[in-house]
Design a protein. Structure first.
Length: 320
């Protein structure tokens, strides 16, 4: 993810959510709509989430040190996971709780035009925020579907903002329906039902975010496409006979580690191996720039089905 693109989407979402939250709380105070209260808490939580994402983005740029030799890139995963928890508890659970209370004690709305107007304006503002997130995501999404982009993206900020904006728009439509039906019928039950639906929507989004970011926290490897490019880059040199095995691990959204054991001729000198490995690393970085940390171990391949491997190969293998 480009730093400027991610920050632009986050800042746009923060500005929209903060302004919308203030308007929603004002409309709730005047009208008494629980759906507006739930939406106000939702927008306030989203504003806090955007600040957390910006903080995580800043802290991830700290230089590597002895305690964290591979840097702080994974900090962005931690902050994104905290965002999912906040969205679940502050947004979803509170909305369900407030909706249940409204159903138990329904009452008509005061000044119905105010919440309706605020919701309509909020829909327009959230649409602009979503458009910014979509525009910044498209270059990274490529030919992937939106579902694939959210599931496979290693940079958590844009998927988080995208899901938050989609959930916000859906929540606003639900709130508008609830307020509208309550206004038409005079029955506050619809307002309470809409509030519960908003809570369920936020809980669902939080669970999706939590599951996807948990996978990044545990440690994901490079994509199949990048692995294929790396394998081709390694085997482009005929002096590398084969890749015995290879593993990868994302150190942050923008970089991953590659460790590979490569088979070479047992007659290679240390000087020749040094040149061979340096050239291989250069080819890998040219093919996949995100492969920034590379460890290549030269070895002699012994066919496990070979009943009588050469003595030279056995000696070299035993010294591994």
């Amino acid at each position: 993810m480009s730093a400027s693109g991610g920050r632009k989407a986050i800042i746009a979402a923060f500005g929209a959510n903060l302004g919308i939250a203030i308007a929603k709380f004002f409309a709730w105070f005047i009208s008494g709509s629980s759906a507006l209260l739930a939406e106000g808490v939702h927008s306030l939580a989203d504003s806090g989430n955007q600040l957390l994402l910006l903080l995580g983005h800043k802290r991830a740029r700290q230089k590597a040190d002895r305690e964290h030799p591979f840097g702080y890139g994974r900090v962005r995963f931690v902050y994104a996971f905290v965002v999912a928890i906040i969205l679940f508890t502050v947004g979803g659970v509170f909305s369900v709780y407030e909706g249940v209370n409204k159903i138990q004690d329904p009452h008509p709305l005061e000044a119905w035009w105010l919440p309706v107007g605020v919701l309509l304006v909020a829909i327009v503002l959230e649409s602009f925020s979503l458009r910014t997130a979509v525009r910044e995501s498209n270059p990274l999404r490529g030919n992937k579907s939106w579902v694939q982009f959210v599931r496979r993206s290693k940079a958590p900020e844009l998927p988080v903002v995208l899901l938050e904006d989609v959930a916000a728009l859906a929540g606003l439509v639900i709130a508008l329906l609830g307020v509208g039906l309550t206004t038409i019928t005079g029955n506050g039950l619809f307002d309470g039902i809409a509030t519960i639906l908003i809570g369920i929507l936020l809980i669902a989004v939080a669970i999706i975010l939590g599951v996807e970011i948990k996978s990044l926290l545990v440690g994901e490897g490079a994509s199949d496409e990048d692995i294929v490019l790396i394998e081709k880059a390694l085997l482009r040199d005929d002096e590398i006979e084969r890749i015995i095995h290879m593993k990868s691990l994302y150190l942050g959204p923008d970089e991953f580690l590659i460790g590979a054991k490569i088979a070479v001729s047992p007659r290679k000198t240390i000087a020749e191996l040094s040149v061979l490995i340096n050239k291989a690393e250069e080819r890998i970085r040219n093919a996949v720039p995100a492969a920034r940390v590379i460890y290549l171990e030269p070895d002699v391949y012994i066919d496990p089905h070979d009943p009588a491997p050469s003595t030279e190969a056995i000696v070299l293998r035993s010294s591994d």
